[in-house]
Write a protein that binds this ligand. Structure first.
Ligand SMILES: Cc1cc2nc3c(=O)[nH]c(=O)nc-3n(C[C@H](O)[C@H](O)[C@H](O)COP(=O)(O)OP(=O)(O)OC[C@H]3O[C@@H](n4cnc5c(N)ncnc54)[C@H](O)[C@@H]3O)c2cc1C
Length: 465
């Protein structure tokens, strides 16, 4: 019997007033009973619109059908045919604008909780599933991957599955990219990411950390070392600032730096002596997911007041609705239609306050959103000891500036042929945020997949010529 409930089976969560003081995962995941109940809401539509909404084409109705009948192992196998990081995607994908947006059940109620089910299946496999076996035979070809974020890891995994010998070169001391250094523990536990990375290592992927490519080795040197193709998945880790007075003061961070100090340098653990300010009052500037993550992280570090300062209204905030809702529940204070104009410091050069101006919405701008316009003479100050800038990131120029023949656009994104992910340099492919600018995990993975397929065709074609 299908479950005709108009709403999703609720996801158990930690109480907001408890979780805003710890770094444990906010959403606790379905039990088997809940997962089966939710799976029974799927109508198994003939034309499968949800699959078209997934950038990697997960066979959604098929895996959900397995969940409904309690066959979790097969559900997992089906997901893994197209998605190499299901435990990650089940947690952080913006399903509301992808697969779930296309779900027919969403017309007269809430869509099927596809993300929640994907997460359940992946977690089930981690607990109960057997070791995955790989039957690929080495094909004698070598490929280098630069960057161990979702784009690079997906490309590496797909190529290894085809028998390639793949080496991943990662600048940081840990693989995972934003999954490790950006997205906080309470949304994506690092053990989960590590398990997915360990799975790739089991496939034979060689991951070398502390390798800042473009400095340690160039793309040309990789070719000289016998790599037949190079994939670039270096992300968009260069933070933007507003260029307002006071951004140099002690206590001003980019969101990337702030989150890296907490996530990667483990400032959230008492036994780590991580150099970070433990602020009392914090202003986080921006309205996207990164801003929500930084604000919720600051709260968990013990801040009393955490303000989101955003120049537009809530409807224009790019953050996922769920993240905004969670942030509000946890006591984050929203200062909307406010824009910073300066940061003021004390006599020791430390942040003392942020000066903002009130904004009102004018005519739509190029993005189609109503343009925020400052209200003359409405300046005011918020006393804070820390400011976190979360207003966007762009690709780091290191690789493109050290690689001959690699074209980039005005925003610094590497130019590729969208059908093949081939760059303007022969044998070099790229995908993820390095190509699109800051985007999403699943789009980076989709690009990494495309590139793996094209690299295979390129190397096989060379072998024949
Ligand atoms: C705080 C935060 C929260 C986010 N939340 C979400 C979310 O909830 N859902 C979602 O879908 N997306 C989210 N995103 C976006 C998402 O994480 C990115 O779109 C995605 O990680 C891009 O993947 P990537 O592989 O292209 O790059 P990255 O994940 O940035 O990985 C690039 C890797 O390349 C390495 N690298 C860079 N330069 C070099 C070099 N010269 N040599 C060697 N290695 C190099 C970097 O160290 C990094 O490990 C978030 C981003 C941030 C910052």
């Amino acid at each position: 019997m299908p479950n005709m409930s108009k709403v999703k089976t609720p996801m158990p969560e930690q109480d907001p007033n408890v979780r805003n003081k710890n770094f444990e995962e906010v959403s606790l995941g379905y039990t088997e009973e809940m997962a089966v109940e939710e799976a029974k809401r799927c109508l198994n539509c003939k034309n499968k619109p949800c699959v078209g909404g997934c950038p990697v084409g997960v066979r959604i109705p098929e895996f959900i059908d397995c969940v409904a009948s309690g066959d979790m192992e097969n559900a997992y196998k089906i997901i893994k045919t197209t998605n190499s990081l299901p435990a990650v995607c089940g947690r952080v994908c913006p399903q509301e604008s992808q697969c779930e947006q296309k779900c027919v059940r969403g017309i007269k109620g809430e869509p099927v909780g596809i993300g929640r089910l994907e997460r359940y299946v992946a977690d089930w496999h981690m607990k109960h599933g057997g070791a995955e076996t790989f039957e690929e035979k080495p094909n004698g070809h070598k490929v280098a991957v630069i960057g161990a974020g979702p784009a690079g890891l997906t490309c590496a995994g797909d190529l290894a599955a085809l028998g390639y010998s793949v080496t991943v070169f990662e600048a940081l001391h840990t693989a995972g990219g934003v999954l490790m250094y950006g997205i906080p523990q309470f949304r994506l536990p690092k053990e989960i990411v590590q398990k997915e990375i360990d799975g790739l290592k089991d496939k034979g992927v060689d991951i070398r950390t502390d390798m800042v490519m473009g400095k340690v080795l160039s793309v040309d040197e990789l070719f000289e070392m016998g790599y037949e193709a190079v994939f670039i998945g270096t992300g968009a880790g260069l933070p933007s600032f507003m260029n307002i007075p006071g951004e140099e003061l002690v206590g001003t961070y980019s969101a990337n730096e702030f989150l890296t100090r907490v996530n990667l340098m483990k400032a959230y653990l008492d036994e780590y002596d991580t150099p970070i300010i433990r602020p009392k009052n914090v202003a986080v500037v921006g309205g996207g997911n990164v801003a929500m993550d930084a604000a919720r992280t600051a709260k968990r570090l013990g801040a009393e007041n955490v303000y989101i300062v955003y120049r537009r209204a809530e409807e224009q905030m790019p953050a996922r609705k769920e993240e905004i809702h969670h942030a509000k529940e946890e006591g984050i204070l929203f200062n909307l239609l406010r824009n910073p104009v300066a940061i003021h410091g004390d006599e020791n050069g430390r942040v003392r306050s942020i000066e903002c101006i009130e904004m009102e919405l004018g005519e739509p701008d190029a993005s189609g959103r109503r343009k925020p316009v400052p209200k003359e003479g409405s300046n005011f100050e918020i006393p804070v000891d820390c400011v976190v800038m979360a207003i966007g990131n762009s690709p780091n120029p290191l690789i493109r500036s050290t690689t001959e023949g690699l074209e980039a656009n005005r925003e610094g994104c590497i130019v590729v042929d969208e059908a093949t992910m081939a760059t303007t340099r022969e044998g070099v492919y790229a995908a993820g945020d390095a190509v699109s600018g800051a985007a999403t995990v699943i789009l980076a993975m989709g690009g990494g997949k495309e590139a793996a397929c094209s690299i295979d065709q390129y190397i096989q074609a060379r072998g024949k010529s």
